[in-house]
Design a protein around this ligand. Structure first.
Ligand SMILES: Nc1nc(=O)c2c([nH]1)NC[C@@H]1CN(c3ccc(C(=O)N[C@@H](CCC(=O)O)C(=O)O)cc3)C=[N+]21
Length: 280
């Protein structure tokens, strides 16, 4: 039985960090400090963790982070803030954290983030651009999936990629990015019949369902590369993916672990997008 490789997301993030740090330093020397505005509309524990992680990562690579906390925002106050940040020349990237307050959707709010500053692909116009093959920032998590496959030199042209999950932030953009790399793409979701059998035909399997350890070894084609996007909290305060790593390990050739896989690359790509938005 071939031994499965654990893909080291932290090491990949570190490699990208070196590139981003150099680009940020050059911009700063030229008088432009790449700046990311992080809008935090709800008091949510997972969001708070992610915001701290963004702040830490930004400090490491020389990106300025401006966190904007709102208490009980209305649609009006939140979209007004996003409009203001979109028009502010000292801000290059804008991300609005989810979850949003009740009654608000990312599509409503995201359309108030200028496309050229939309470093987490929240504006539906960005998804349209992605579908049309126009340059745009993909949502950082979807971009991280492709970045990992690229750095792992996973062949995609003509290969069958299966994405489990059709969310606007991960599944759909990941499918579009895989298609742009000439993969043959199948998108599965909660209504898919014979899910395990469809997945078991994938050379590249991307799990973005949000259900702990749902993807077991019988979903995996022997030798497949499996990217686990899930970050499901456990009762004891830990984190597990959508993939049951133990059973998948007997079948896959490579797997991104959780933690230490897609997550760290996601946060780093937010920095790279911000530096790019600043002109780097
Ligand atoms: N607009 C928006 N975009 C997001 O991308 C977004 C969001 N809102 N809201 C919250 C979720 C959550 N999220 C994570 C990113 C990285 C890790 C991550 O790096 N986790 C570490 C482990 C952390 C631990 O051990 O607890 C890892 O996987 O190695 C986790 C979760 C992005 N989100």
């Amino acid at each position: 039985m071939p031994v499965m490789r654990n893909i080291d997301g932290r090491a990949i993030a570190k490699t990208i960090a070196a590139e981003v740090t150099a680009a940020a330093a050059k911009l700063t020397a030229d008088g432009v400090t790449p700046t990311l505005a992080v809008v935090v509309p709800t008091d949510d524990e997972a969001t708070a963790w992610y915001v701290r992680s963004i702040e830490r990562t930004a400090a490491k690579v020389g990106v300025r982070c401006r966190t904007e906390r709102l208490t009980d925002p209305t649609a009006e106050s939140l979209t007004a803030l996003l409009d203001t940040l979109s028009a502010d020349d000292s801000v290059h990237g804008v991300i609005c954290q989810t979850p949003l307050p009740d009654g608000l959707t990312l599509a409503d709010v995201g359309s108030h983030i200028a496309v050229d500053k939309d470093v987490d692909g929240a504006n539906p116009a960005g998804l349209g651009r992605l579908a049309a093959g126009l340059p745009t920032f993909a949502p950082a998590t979807a971009a991280a999936v492709l970045e990992i496959l690229r750095r792992e030199e996973t062949p995609l042209t003509g290969r069958h990629a299966v994405v489990i999950g059709r969310s606007t932030v991960v599944g759909k953009p990941a499918a579009l990015l895989l298609l742009a790399e000439n993969a043959t793409v199948t998108v599965c979701h909660s209504r898919t019949e014979d899910l395990a059998a469809v997945c078991a035909r994938a050379d590249v399997l991307v799990a973005a369902v949000g259900r702990a350890r749902m993807v077991t070894g019988d979903f995996v084609k022997p030798g497949a590369v499996v990217v686990d996007v899930g970050t499901n909290p456990t009762d004891d305060g830990g984190l597990v993916g959508d993939v049951d790593a133990e059973s998948a390990a007997d079948v896959a050739s490579a797997l991104t672990p959780v933690p230490g896989g897609v997550g760290p690359v996601t946060t780093m790509l937010l920095m790279r997008h911000t530096v790019q938005a600043a002109g780097g």
